[in-house]
Design a protein around this ligand. Structure first.
Ligand code: ACO
Length: 321
């Protein structure tokens, strides 16, 4: 028994923030942002939008693509670093908005790896027979924890949501998932204020993402290289068997380095970072849905999805679409 992706969806808020606009906010240039990260623009949630509202739209699209109704969903998990509230969790807010009642609904907090973690959990529930239609979402409003005066971080992030529906299948679907974390690097990438820990000072700044970009970059390249190797070895596969790499979209140069390690040409890599920036837990399901809807990813294709983020957390999924 496998769990198989029956439908995908994504949603981004209407407002686009271009590099040219950022040039007016902080001391940066379009050329610097493009050449260092590959990012050209990002979408930013409106004041009345939250992580859950983006997640709801992505979920509706995935449910429609799966050919089911919200009432069929019997398990709901959201990967997010930017929940609407302390509680109720984003999963239950999405659940209520979709008119679903009674099934398990919760959020998973694993920064940019949140969707891969959520997918891995949902896969276990589907393959064990406990769920027939699992809704798995990655959704973020990173703009709400961005310091818009810090040029080293504010140019990188964006808002959005992506979702998939998993169903049981005798055909291959989620073939394997590989989850990892190592808290020893917590000082390289973190948001210092939370619920039970509240430093003094300017709360807007204290809530914001702090990152030693250069160090994170080096470790991300090394770690993602290792996890894609681990995934192929665990399945006795050569990289040539892969049809697509669906990477976390943090930085085009990190993605290129991972593709190079895999021996994959960039034509086989799904890239959305230019348009959407780094949307953390949302980036993998967003990239997946973009490529499914534009016809690049087809039924039967073999995909390798991977992510790396704060914690550090990282992980991968080998998927027969
Ligand atoms: N515009 C112009 N100059 C800038 C900007 C900017 N927006 N930001 C930084 N600089 C300057 C720096 O001050 C530095 O100047 P200096 O040499 O005079 O000190 C110079 O540019 C080089 O800075 P670096 O940080 O070394 O630049 P780098 O090539 O490493 O690129 C970047 C920076 C894009 C942040 C890159 O390091 C990166 O992508 N890191 C990884 C991000 C990531 O993967 N995060 C994980 C996921 S995020 C999450 O989990 C929430």
């Amino acid at each position: 028994m496998y769990s198989r992706i029956a439908g995908t969806g994504h949603y981004v808020p209407e407002r686009i923030l271009t590099n040219a606009e950022l040039e007016k906010i902080v001391d940066t240039t379009d050329e610097w942002i493009r050449s260092r990260s590959g990012i050209e623009q990002r979408h930013i949630a409106a004041d009345d939008q939250t992580t859950a509202s983006l997640a709801i739209e992505a979920a509706k699209r995935a449910i429609e693509a799966a050919g089911i109704t919200p009432g069929d969903i019997d398990f709901l998990v959201v990967g997010t670093t930017t929940p609407d509230l302390v509680f109720p969790n984003v999963g239950t807010i999405v659940q209520e908005a979709l008119g679903i009642h009674g099934c398990a609904a919760f959020s998973v907090e694993a920064a940019c790896s949140g969707f891969i973690y959520a997918l891995s959990i949902a896969d276990k529930f589907v393959t064990s027979g406990e769920s027939k239609n699992a809704l798995v979402i990655g959704a973020e409003t990173l703009s709400r924890i961005t310091d818009w005066t810090d040029r080293s971080t504010c140019v990188l992030f964006g808002d959005g949501a992506g979702a998939v529906v998993l169903q049981p299948s005798t055909e291959q679907g989620i073939i394997s998932t590989h989850l990892h974390a190592d808290g020893q690097y917590k000082d390289l990438l973190y948001a210092p204020a939370g619920v039970s820990k509240r430093p003094q000072g300017d709360l807007n700044k204290e809530f914001a993402i702090h990152m030693q970009g250069n160090e994170v970059f080096k470790l991300a390249v090394k770690t993602l290289g290792a996890v894609v190797k681990e995934t192929l070895e665990a399945n006795s596969l050569d990289h040539e068997a892969l049809d697509w790499l669906v990477p976390h979209q943090a930085n085009k140069r990190i993605i290129e380095a991972t593709a190079k390690r895999l021996g994959m040409p960039m034509e086989k890599v799904i890239l959305t970072v230019a348009k959407y920036g780094n949307t953390s837990a949302a980036s993998v399901p967003m990239a997946l849905d973009v490529a499914v809807r534009d016809g690049r990813i087809k039924r039967g294709d073999l995909l390798l999805a991977e992510a790396f983020g704060g914690g550090f957390t990282w992980g991968s999924a080998l998927i027969r679409f």
